[in-house]
Ligand binder design. Structure first.
Ligand code: CA
Length: 371
């Protein structure tokens, strides 16, 4: 089957002009089949979508869908001087996901079957709760308890978020919030803390020691993501698992994190490599005895790609991210935006198995064309 056309577009979740947009790709094949892909939505995903429209579509249309890997490796190396981190790897990730979706539909099989089969068809989620720096301990406790009750997640992660240009703003406050949530949910409920790059090395040691005492199970991105050696040193010095990698865009970057000492890596399927890239990351992680726990905050196409990929891993140690704002995808997608009894359900329909309202998708789409 040949690729006949590729469309790049943003999808507006709220009513027109009101906010959050996702960045999507539709790869059209012959016989009316198509695949959907998603790129990182940072700054609306416009940079990656524009690179696809300007520099990639013409190299894909007319080629066979099953030449997928050759086509994408050629494009990565054609456009490598535009990045290669971020814009170009996001573009390749989105195309990769769309091509897997289309290949599955062509062969009449779900993506996970093409990847080697699933170990699980119900995958536990963890509640990922953002904006902690600006919230009170009382607010965090109330919302953590509410989410645990309503979503029944296997774990909960507090994300600090906050001003990315400053660090160590309220170390004692951050520890107090982590303690308040621990006390509210009890000793046994698995909790994680995401610093969103908010600390210096010394502050990260202090917070990390407190989290250890409070029984937290991982400490995410304590330092700036580009301080790879320092992050590795921190991971070696603390007992709590230090994780990083959501801002890592290449296999080489993942290797560097592991070599530095990081033992839990978190590449994102719509930022680096797509399904193919994450399978490669999994091979590297498994070979080093490192946990692969992908970052993934987008509730529709990226999420579904992530679920297919993760279902194929035999030894998976952590649940799958369920970010705040997940319900926005319900306006267009029928599955799998919501967990059922704390689990995401692996679909068995061909490709990614996404079900959506085509009219609503069209109504909310904003085309991104070549410049
Ligand atoms: Ca994070």
């Amino acid at each position: 089957m040949k690729i006949t056309a590729i469309e790049t577009f943003q999808l507006e979740w709220q009513e027109p002009g009101q906010g959050v947009r996702s960045a999507f790709i539709r790869v059209q094949g012959e016989d009316g089949l198509f695949g959907l892909g998603e790129v990182s939505p940072m700054q609306g995903g416009l940079a990656s979508l524009t690179v696809i429209a300007n520099d990639m579509i013409s190299d894909l249309v007319g080629h066979h869908v099953l030449d997928h890997a050759v086509l994408l490796d050629r494009l990565l190396h054609k456009c490598i001087k535009l990045g290669p981190e971020g814009v170009v790897t996001g573009a390749i990730a989105g195309l990769d996901i769309a091509l897997w979706d289309l290949k599955g539909k062509l062969l009449g099989l779900p993506v996970y079957k093409l990847l080697g089969g699933a170990w699980q068809d119900r995958l536990p989620c963890y509640a990922s709760m953002g904006g902690g720096a600006a919230k009170s301990a009382e607010w965090l406790v109330e919302h953590a308890v509410r989410r645990i009750k309503s979503e029944r997640p296997a774990a909960l992660k507090l994300r600090r978020d906050g001003d990315r240009t400053r660090q160590d703003l309220d170390i004692a406050g951050d520890i107090a919030k982590a303690r308040a949530v621990r006390e509210a949910v009890g000793d046994d409920f698995p909790l994680a803390f995401d610093a969103n790059n908010g600390y210096s090395f010394g502050a990260a040691i202090r917070v990390g020691r407190a989290l250890e005492e409070l029984g937290y199970i991982w400490f995410e991105e304590p330092l700036q993501h580009y301080n790879v050696a320092a992050t590795g040193e921190l991971a070696r010095r603390l007992d709590i698992t230090v994780s990083a990698g959501e801002q890592t865009y290449t296999l080489q970057g993942v290797k560097d994190l592991i070599e530095a000492g990081v033992r839990m890596v978190q590449p994102d399927i719509i930022k680096m490599g797509g399904i193919t890239g994450l399978m490669q990351c999994q091979a590297i992680a498994a070979a080093h005895g490192v946990e692969l726990v992908p970052h993934q905050t987008q509730p529709s196409i990226g999420h579904m790609a992530n679920v297919h990929m993760l279902s194929t891993i035999m030894l998976r140690s952590k649940p799958i991210e369920l970010c705040d704002g997940w319900e926005r995808a319900d306006s267009v997608f029928r599955n799998p935006s919501r967990p059922v009894d704390g689990h995401f359900i692996l679909p068995t329909a061909p490709g990614l198995g996404l079900e959506f309202d085509a009219a609503e998708m069209a109504r909310r789409s904003i085309p991104v064309r070549a410049q």
